[in-house]
Design a binder for this molecule. Structure first.
Ligand SMILES: [Zn+2]
Length: 338
């Protein structure tokens, strides 16, 4: 983000004078500081477990996407046009650019083969709405790497984000960064790539973001770190409990989505099913906003209006981008665009 107007420059100067008193790493989110790369991307501590939590802005980093495009299920038309790919990347950047993260079209791999069709063999978890598998899978059936053919393996880019455009019927799906995998793939629907925030949501999983309703059932817990041990050994143990519970960020309110009845004995159905059909009404009273007040616009929620991430989520995503740059995992190591 460029700070160009005189008013903003003056505000920035004022902030810079105050900066030595508050500091970028104070964990004080009220500070408004344009941080340097070290502060915005690297420094963490128990009090500030992700980089740049106290920063208003900092230098951006750019990740290149390798885009795989197949033909439709009949092998006739390409699944998506270049113009729609560009529009989709713009939508993704509308979410991540405010947090210093930029995606660009790195390369496109056109594979002149029919994309596999969904069939009964793939219906592993039918009706799994609201699922949250370890790999971050979302609605619908996930196509697997071994269905993508030799050309996918040949052109998979170990240093980029790999994005596969899937045909309708398949679910969107992405891998969390901290599991060891041969192929870190993000699958998104070609037909809605230019208009939906689901691709940005899936990339959120690739960048280490959980659903806002992660660990919703542990309402009394002061730490869910045991649920994330595969990477937390390398991490600090955050001072504030809200960085150790739920989705491991503090500025996303508690979200129990469709499980509020079991979790907190009230229903949130007015948020996700405002016009229930006969028989769908809950036996529980609707939650008051004191009980449950999740963000309905958070990208990592399952509510209809998801389209933004919080500052804490942006900081966590920067943390995992650095993690992927610094760590080689089964031959995968992110290389940023200079
Ligand atoms: Zn998801």
């Amino acid at each position: 983000m460029l700070v160009s107007t005189r008013t903003q420059t003056m505000a920035l100067l004022a902030v810079l004078i105050i900066a030595p008193l508050s500091g970028c790493l104070s964990g004080d989110n009220s500070s408004q500081i344009d941080c340097n790369e070290q502060e915005y991307w690297i420094d963490i501590s128990e009090d500030s477990p992700y980089p740049g939590l106290g920063c208003e802005s900092g230098p951006s980093k750019t990740i290149a996407i390798t885009i795989f495009v197949y033909k439709d299920n009949d092998g006739v038309e390409w699944l998506i046009e270049n113009e729609h790919i560009l529009e989709g990347i713009e939508l993704i950047n509308s979410v991540y650019n405010p947090h210093g993260i930029n995606f660009i079209w790195g390369e496109i791999i056109m594979i002149s083969e029919a994309f596999p069709d969904v069939n009964d063999d793939n219906e592993g978890e039918a009706g799994s709405i609201g699922n949250s598998s370890e790999n971050g899978g979302d609605y619908g059936d996930g196509v697997s790497v071994n269905q993508l053919g030799e050309k996918f393996v040949e052109h998979y880019n170990h240093n980029n984000v790999n994005l596969v455009m899937v045909s309708d019927g398949w679910g969107a799906y992405s891998m969390f960064p901290w599991y060891n995998q041969d192929y870190y793939v993000t699958f998104v629907r070609a037909s809605t790539f230019n208009s939906s925030f689901i691709p940005a949501h899936e990339l959120g999983h690739f960048l280490g973001l959980y659903h806002t309703h992660q660990n919703h059932q542990n309402t009394g817990s002061d730490s869910d770190l045991d649920n994330a041990l595969s990477w937390s050994d390398e991490w600090v143990v955050p001072t504030e409990g809200c960085y150790r519970t739920g989705d491991f960020v503090c500025d996303t309110p508690y979200d129990c989505y469709t499980w509020c009845e079991e979790d907190i004995s009230c229903s949130a159905s007015d948020l996700y099913n405002p016009n229930p059909k006969p028989g769908e009404e809950s036996d529980f009273p609707q939650c008051t906003t004191d009980q449950h007040n999740p963000s309905l616009s958070n990208l990592m929620s399952r509510y209809g209006d998801r389209q933004e991430i919080t500052d804490d989520q942006g900081a966590r995503a920067r943390y995992f981008i650095q993690f992927m740059v610094e760590n080689e995992r089964n031959g995968n190591q992110l290389i940023l665009v200079e």
